[in-house]
Structures are given as structure tokens and as C-alpha cells.
Design a protein around this ligand. Structure first.
Ligand code: FAD
Length: 326
């Protein structure tokens, strides 16, 4: 093995990967994050369309556990998060937009962007990580934080065989898709500042005005619409114009102004349908960790829970992670 063996490589610079990397860094480790996108933050993402700004994934995050609450307090002090504008308890938003959190957490870490991992292989001494259009990396320890089906595909591509019970559990974890419409309006919308979650079993899961939320500048509105799992599944292949035409009769009263622009993001892995029975997976025999919201619990806070649990496990301090093969 060459001397260029990294201490620990983390695949994915979403919240799980970033928080884990920071925790490991505090403990004197030297994590390298590989992220396929141009930016960090994963599903805590923000999109700019012709001057309008949209939080297109996570809309807000909650802080119910003391460790994550302390983390959010630090984000607020750094000016990259703030309480949700309508004063709902425990709810926070990214400032000036959701992607500020990922940018903030990346500072001081080695995050290699546009580094898409294609396969991970366990050799005798280390992990070999194949990255698209780049030289392979080697690492003593490896952590996968992409949505679980994507992480399993990386292991399969490197012929890594997990114990049958763990593999079956992980294969059983799936996610709902979500179509996210981003609409620019001619004027201010009729939506409340805190957004709306209709909860009526219909196609609209969530609708919020990024201008009223303080994310998008100006007075004309920039509205994010998240479509419900069943609707998103059924209409996943449709164009943005087709999707807008289908939901227009429902959302027009909330918008209260003409739509002047439409964009759409297709989230294949939006929220986990089920979750793993432990907050993280750590295999000491393989020096392999798996973490994320389908492991630690849904949403941003679940991703943080998984990252903290794995950091403790890897440092040998915690007892909450599952250890197999020791
Ligand atoms: C539409 C939508 C709405 C949501 N709303 C909320 C909400 O209001 N509140 C809330 O708390 N949560 C919400 N969530 C969920 C929340 O965003 C996630 O739970 C959380 O961000 C997951 O973080 P993560 O780091 O585990 O995963 P991710 O954010 O998915 O990070 C994984 C990272 O891995 C990268 N990656 C994947 N494959 C590879 C590869 N092969 N090579 C390199 N990198 C790779 C990805 O690009 C990504 O950056 C929402 C999610 C979506 C999609």
C-alpha cells in the first residue's frame, strides 16, 4: 500500500457527513469528505433561479435533543440559522438560506467537491475508493452517508459482502420521492409567513413563500411546493409544466398572484419510509460505518443523531452503535 492512505474517508457531505467529520476532526482525526455535487449540504439545499432564491429540500429543522439543540445554538451564533419566522417552537431555518449551514460546517474540513464515488472495495490493508474521473483513494476507515440504497450500490460495485442479516435490514430501507416545484410570482403571495402543510391527503405536502421566509430578496414571491409521496411517485417522469398544470387548481388560491416562472427538482430519495433499528452502523472488522437519516431517524435532526452516534462509536466512547463481528 502506498503512503497516501487517508485516515478516514466519508462519502457524502450532507449534514450527516459534515457533522461526523467535524466531530472526528475535534478528536484529532483527519477526515476527507467526497461529495458528488458542487456544494455541501445535501438535501439541505438552496436553488437560485433568475434572482429568486428557493430552499428546495429541507424547509426547516427541529431541535428536540440537547446535543443537536446546542449545535443549532452555535449555528445561530454564527449567523447561519435562526428561529422560524412565525415563532413555531423548536423550528429553525438556515440564514440567509438553508445551504448556509452546509457552507458553514465545511469550513476547515477537507471537502472534495464534484467527487462522485463509483465503488468502494475492501483490500487487505485498506479501503480502495474509486472516484469518477479521478485517481482512486485509499483509506484506513470508510463511512458511507449517501441514502442507503446508494451506499449499498457502492459496496456491491466493490464486491463487499455484508453479513446477511445486516444486508437484509439495510436493503429494506427505502425512501419516498418528492417533486419540488419552485414558482416565481408576479407579486407577493397570499401564503402565511410560516408556510402551509395541508395534511389533507391531497397532492400538496407543503407550500411556503421563500420571500416571506427571508430567503429570497425583493417583494415578488418565490414559492416552494413539495408534492406528496404518492403524487410524486405517480408523476415522477412528468415535466415541470405538466406537474404545475395538475396542481394549479389546488394552489392558485394560496398563491394569489400569477406564476411567472417554474422550475422543478426531482428528489428520488426525500425522506425514509422506515428506519434502521440503531442510530448508526459500525463494523469494526471492516472499519466501515454507515449513517444517515434512514439510520438515525428521519429529517435533519435524525441525520445529526446518526452522525453524533457514529462519531462516539468510532472514538470508542459510545455504546449505542451496532457492533458486529467483534
Ligand atoms: C423535499 C425535502 C423536504 C425535506 N423537508 C425537511 C424538513 O422540512 N425538515 C427536516 O428536518 N428534514 C427535511 N428533509 C429531510 C432532510 O433534508 C434530510 O433528512 C437530511 O438533510 C439528510 O442528511 P444526510 O446527510 O443524511 O443525507 P443527504 O443530505 O442526502 O447527504 C448525502 C450526500 O451524499 C452525496 N452523495 C450521494 N452519493 C454520492 C456518491 N456516489 N459520491 C459522492 N457523494 C455522494 C449527496 O450528493 C449528498 O450531498 C427534507 C428532504 C427533502 C428532500
Amino acid at each position: 500500500m502506498s503512503s497516501a492512505v487517508e485516515d478516514v474517508v466519508i462519502v457524502g457531505a450532507g449534514l450527516t457527513g459534515l457533522l461526523l467529520a467535524r466531530e472526528l476532526h475535534k478528536k484529532g482525526r483527519r477526515p476527507v469528505l467526497l461529495e458528488k455535487s458542487r456544494g455541501a449540504g445535501g438535501r439541505m439545499s438552496t436553488k437560485r433561479v433568475e434572482g429568486a432564491v428557493f430552499d428546495q429540500g429541507a424547509q426547516f429543522f427541529t431541535a428536540r435533543t440537547p446535543r443537536f439543540a446546542a449545535e443549532i445554538e452555535a449555528w445561530c451564533e454564527a449567523g447561519v440559522a435562526a428561529p422560524w419566522p412565525d415563532g413555531a417552537p423548536y423550528r429553525y431555518v438556515g440564514r440567509p438560506a438553508m445551504n448556509a449551514v452546509g457552507k458553514h460546517l465545511s469550513a476547515g474540513l477537507e471537502v472534495r467537491r464534484e467527487a462522485k464515488v463509483l465503488a468502494v472495495k475492501r483490500n487487505a490493508e485498506a479501503w480502495e475508493i474509486t472516484v469518477e474521473n479521478q485517481p482512486a483513494l485509499h483509506a484506513r476507515e470508510l463511512v458511507l452517508t449517501a441514502p442507503v440504497p446508494q451506499s449499498l450500490a457502492l459496496l456491491a460495485a466493490g464486491d463487499v459482502v455484508l453479513p446477511a442479516d445486516l444486508a437484509a435490514e439495510l436493503r429494506g430501507l427505502d425512501y419516498h420521492p418528492c417533486l419540488a416545484l419552485m414558482l416565481t410570482l408576479a407579486e407577493t403571495s397570499a401564503l402565511p409567513a410560516g408556510g402551509l402543510a395541508p395534511d389533507d391527503g391531497g397532492p400538496v405536502r407543503w407550500i411556503a413563500d421563500n420571500t416571506k421566509k427571508g430567503v429570497s430578496p425583493g417583494t415578488s414571491s418565490a414559492v416552494t411546493v413539495h408534492l406528496a409521496p404518492a403524487f410524486s411517485e405517480e408523476n415522477y417522469g412528468r415535466t415541470e409544466a405538466e406537474v404545475l398544470a395538475l396542481v394549479s387548481p389546488l394552489i392558485t388560491p394560496w398563491l394569489g398572484a400569477a406564476v411567472t416562472g417554474v422550475a422543478m427538482h426531482r428528489w428520488r430519495y426525500s425522506e425514509p419510509k422506515t428506519r434502521h433499528c440503531e442510530p448508526c452502523v459500525w463494523r469494526p472488522d471492516l472499519r466501515l460505518g454507515i449513517a444517515g437519516d434512514a439510520i438515525g431517524g428521519p429529517r435533519v435532526e435524525g441525520a445529526a443523531t446518526s452522525a453524533f452516534a457514529l462519531a462516539d462509536r468510532m472514538a470508542g466512547e459510545g455504546s449505542s452503535a451496532r457492533e458486529v463481528g467483534t
